[in-house]
Design a protein around this ligand. Structure first.
Ligand SMILES: Nc1ccn([C@@H]2O[C@H](COP(=O)(O)OP(=O)(O)OP(=O)(O)O)[C@@H](O)[C@H]2O)c(=O)n1
Ligand SMILES: C[C@](O)(CO)[C@H](O)COP(=O)(O)O
Length: 237
């Protein structure tokens, strides 16, 4: 086993669960999108690197489908990837994958960020703002204001909504571990599209922190080219 695959130890005050358990059906690629190359490096490695640069130094838990564990270890060696992380198996949905990661966290005072593996352009500044907000309020969900006008369609009729009241939700979504673990004990519901919806259903208020329009989720085939363009525009640290 590669040396950077490790067991979590109790030295961490903060964690990130990077969910990479999906198959990427909308991407229409044989290889799941978390492994596709972005500027010559797998998407997933960009995402892990952003968290490694966080001032909150989170313990990194990576959730991957069991069938790809060996492939991931090959990539680790091929790219000489040395960032320590613990690997766990993915679940049937994103909800179940997050639960798999949460099972490894026993410190209920910790802060836990949940991050889509396929948002590789997330910045350490956004990550740190979310940890700070969660430390103060218990919840922090990264979001951006809509740049387009918004209409809602109900019963075949469209009505305009107030754009300034509409936010588009990204990741990370960061919480006190005690709250997130309790919320994830609820039975699965198909309205749970993200961690905020799970925690809100449990009864907590969701605080938003500022995201970035470049923090895109790689979902469709064209998103790789868009992400490369954005990555090459980003100031390098
Ligand atoms: N069973 C699942 C499904 C999704 N995810 C992760 O959740 C994130 C956001 O999901 P999405 O973009 O929908 O990824 P996929 O489910 O892989 O894509 P699709 O819906 O197109 O199949 C991704 O990093 C994905 O790997 C996961 O960990 N476990
Ligand atoms: C978690 C998320 O990325 C927030 O925008 C989003 O809800 C994931 O949705 P998907 O349907 O799994 O793409």
């Amino acid at each position: 086993m590669a040396s950077n695959l490790q067991s979590l130890n109790s030295n961490h005050l903060n964690y990130v669960i990077i969910v990479a358990g999906g198959s990427g059906s909308r991407m229409q690629s044989n290889l799941p999108k978390q492994f596709l190359l972005l500027n010559g490096k797998p998407v997933l490695m960009h995402t892990i690197e952003a968290f490694e640069q966080s001032a909150f130094k989170p313990g990194i838990i990576l959730v991957l489908p069991e069938a790809y564990h060996t492939y991931w270890q090959q990539l680790i060696e091929e790219y000489s990837f040395t960032i320590p992380h613990q690997l766990v198996s993915g679940g049937e949905t994103r909800f179940h994958s997050v639960k798999q990661g949460l099972d490894l966290i026993t410190d209920t005072d910790a802060l836990v960020a949940v991050q889509d593996a396929v948002r590789p352009l997330v910045s350490p500044a956004i990550i740190d703002d979310a940890y700070r907000c969660a430390a103060e309020h218990g919840t922090a969900v990264v979001a951006v204001k809509s740049r387009d006008s918004i209409r809602q369609v109900r019963d075949g009729k469209s009505v305009s909504l107030i754009r300034d009241e509409i936010y588009l939700v990204q990741t990370p979504q960061t919480f006190k571990a005690s709250l997130l673990k309790k919320a994830y004990e609820q039975p699965f519901n198909s309205t749970f599209t993200d961690d905020a919806s799970v925690v809100e259903q449990y009864g907590a208020e969701i605080k938003l922190t500022e995201g970035d329009h470049s923090n895109i989720k790689i979902t469709f085939p064209e998103d790789i080219a868009i992400a490369e363009l954005l990555l090459n525009k980003k100031p390098q640290l």
